[in-house]
Design a protein around this ligand. Structure first.
Ligand SMILES: Nc1ncnc2c1ncn2[C@@H]1O[C@H](COP(=O)(O)OP(=O)(O)OP(=O)(O)O)[C@@H](O)[C@H]1O
Ligand SMILES: C[C@@](O)(CCO)CC(=O)[O-]
Ligand SMILES: [Mg+2]
Length: 416
């Protein structure tokens, strides 16, 4: 319960907003890499995705000054509003918190007017702010009391590079705001360093994060927010999420070409191509689906004893899918360079996420020589690219104790 309120003129103006019951909390959610199925998954095909050990962190704390403050240092966005000015934006009818499926387009339009977006496309900062305000207003709409609070977000993920930064952001917003509202628990019991939510609570977090993704993305499949929520390795098909538990540990090199791109624009471009050439594009999507299913079967077979032949199949699937992704129009010359540089050393790469620049994944065999990896990394660095040798399958959304958050991240979150 968020404290009492007195409203004047219907729900228009809040005379008193209590902040007493909002407790400080820190949550985090992982980024993801898509092994196979990006874009095709938006059109009902299978995708395989894994969580990464690169995370987004959000700190929410009560604010004593009747303001809502949003600090997003990764995208250089620092805003604050009087709670009373946000009160007038509340939807007429509070959304059913437990049944979040469709965006309230009237509210989105009011929010766009409020923050002064006039044209159709929104920029990086606008999309993040819209997603925050949308979830904040809906989560607290039922009580008709908007709490005064400060939300600060810091991410280890590159923004807009194909590693699910928008989904990790949305999952953090949903989990922190829903738990601050009391719609889900605050599972952390000190001195435990971290805690996860129950399955049912994660479904609610995922549903609200999906709406955040809809604001940022336009037409998301839901795979990214599912990985941000549950973590691990997932098969995603038309909203059905199946965790894959018996898969081998894969070594993956992640490369960021640093070419900026927007998932929203790329997803819309693929849709246009399908509409223009349905008889050409639909078979390509079918083939991507078959690549995902063949990869899944191969990973299952590898649980027993991975052989070099298994790795050869995985490598061929990577090459085939990279060609498909070029056909549907989401390749980029920077990604061609990544594929060429790695293939010269016998390593296979494909784009991951929406493509058009951004990140690619390179599969490393268990016996890939260190010197091969080091030489490849050096050449990628010479191209101006960033890289990470990642571990995959990190936990999904979590609540943290202060002491469990790395010092450098805490320092950033503490500075607001
Ligand atoms: N740390 C962050 N702080 C604030 N906003 C963020 C942050 N990370 C992501 N966003 C929001 O998400 C948008 C990027 O989302 P986009 O879907 O284009 O890329 P991505 O999620 O990194 O890649 P992909 O969807 O291909 O995995 C940014 O423009 C911004 O609005
Ligand atoms: C391109 C896409 O398939 C993956 C982005 O990470 C979009 C989506 O599934 O929402
Ligand atoms: Mg995204």
């Amino acid at each position: 319960m968020i404290g009492s309120s007195q409203t004047c003129a219907g729900y228009g103006v809040l005379a008193f907003v209590s902040t007493m019951h909002i407790k400080e909390r820190i949550v985090s959610a992982p980024g993801k890499a898509i092994l196979h199925g990006e874009h095709a998954v938006v059109h009902g095909k299978v995708a395989l995705a894994v969580s990464l050990n690169l995370r987004t962190y959000l700190r929410l704390k009560p604010s004593p000054n009747g303001k809502v403050c949003l600090n997003l240092p990764n995208i250089n966005t620092f805003l604050s509003w009087d709670v009373t000015s946000l009160q007038s934006l509340l939807p007429d009818h509070a959304a059913d918190l437990k049944n979040a499926k469709e965006l309230d387009m009237d509210l989105v339009a009011r929010l766009r007017g409020f923050i002064g977006v006039t044209d159709g496309m929104a920029d990086t900062s606008t999309m993040a702010v819209l997603a925050f305000l949308y979830i904040y207003l809906n989560v607290f709409a039922e009580s008709r009391v908007l709490p005064s609070l400060t939300v600060s977000v810091w991410s280890e993920l590159p923004t807009g590079a194909g590693l699910g930064s928008s989904a990790a952001f949305s999952v953090c917003l949903a989990s922190a705001l829903l738990s601050a509202r009391g719609a889900i628990t605050s599972p952390l019991v000190e001195p435990e360093p971290t805690a996860r939510w129950s399955e049912e609570e994660m479904e609610l977090i995922n549903a609200w994060a999906f709406l955040g993704e809809k604001i940022i993305h336009g037409n998301p499949s839901g795979v990214d927010n599912a990985v941000g929520t549950w973590g691990g390795i997932l098969r995603y098909h038309a909203g059905k999420i199946t965790p894959l538990s018996r898969v081998p540990v894969l070594r993956i090199l992640l490369t960021n070409t640093k070419v900026p791109r927007s998932t929203k624009v790329l997803v819309a471009g693929v849709k246009d191509k399908i509409n223009k050439f349905p008889s050409i594009m639909n078979p390509v999507l079918e083939s991507i689906d078959a690549v995902s299913c063949t990869c899944e079967r191969t990973l299952m077979e590898m649980t027993g004893e991975p052989t070099p032949e298994h790795y050869s199949v995985l490598e061929e699937l990577i090459d085939i899918n990279q060609h498909h992704l070029n056909v549907i129009g989401v390749g980029h010359s920077s990604l061609d360079t990544l594929c060429r540089v790695t293939l010269e050393r016998g390593l296979h790469s494909k784009l991951t996420g929406a493509g058009g620049g951004g990140c690619g994944i390179t599969l490393l065999r268990p016996d890939t020589d260190c010197s091969v990896i080091q030489n490849t990394i050096q050449e990628l660095k010479d191209c101006g690219y960033d890289y990470w040798e990642t571990s995959i399958g990190a936990p999904g959304v979590q609540q943290h104790s202060l002491s469990s958050v790395k010092d450098d991240i805490l320092k950033v979150l503490n500075s607001y």
